[in-house]
Design a protein. Structure first.
Length: 206
């Protein structure tokens, strides 16, 4: 495929990245495919559950980023991929995969996608979804307890020990690479509409 647009959507954990990505998907429908960096967490099948839960999942080394890079390049070449499926409850990758077909717009979503320069350079538009730390923590607690079956204590412990310090090292400093910063998270309708307008303008010029 020619003239494929790759859009990065980054930001802190629970900042509203998924809301922004889904809004773009709604607008462009079948012309969009979404790849989340979270799909590409490394598998730890060789470790027992009690060891897997102790790992630092907020560090770049927790991801198979090279596979994500390779998959994006294949999609840009018009080649379908089989992307991995990760289980937040099992803390490992499942044996099943999901087929992703080439599309005009590819959204790459993840809190650490700008840390890797090779991945970053594949993106035509880089978006950073900004939200206050306290709001992100509250959303993270609600999400992880309700959707991922974790205890309140485990969520707070993970946030304090790894998520917050890793955010300060590998997420916030890379905001400088963003072309568009969306404040107030995924609730900023005006900013999201402006982003969609920009994507349409690029598509219409091709």
């Amino acid at each position: 495929m020619k003239n494929v647009i790759v859009i990065g959507v980054s930001g802190g954990s629970a900042s509203g990245k998924t809301t922004v990505a889904n809004r773009i998907k709604e607008e462009f429908k079948d012309s969009v495919e979404l790849l989340s960096h979270d799909f590409y967490y490394l598998p730890y099948d060789d470790l027992p559950m009690e060891e897997r839960v102790k790992l630092n999942y907020d560090h770049p080394n927790a991801f198979d980023t090279q596979r994500l890079i390779d998959d994006i390049r294949k999609l840009k070449q018009g080649i379908s991929i089989d992307r991995p499926v990760y289980s937040y409850t099992e803390y490992t990758r499942l044996s099943e995969t999901v087929k992703v077909n080439p599309a005009k717009v590819i959204i790459v979503e993840g809190f650490m996608i700008y840390e890797n320069s090779e991945l970053r350079d594949l993106m035509d538009i880089k978006v950073f979804v900004d939200a206050d730390a306290d709001e992100r923590l509250i959303r993270r607690i609600i999400r992880d307890v309700k959707e991922r079956g974790r205890t309140l204590e485990s969520v707070i412990d993970q946030y304090t020990k790894t998520a917050k310090p890793m955010h300060e090292l590998f997420v916030e400093p890379y905001k400088k690479y963003a072309d568009i910063i969306i404040p107030r998270g995924g609730m900023n309708k005006i900013a999201i509409d402006m982003l969609i307008h920009q994507i349409k303008a690029i598509l219409s010029d091709e």
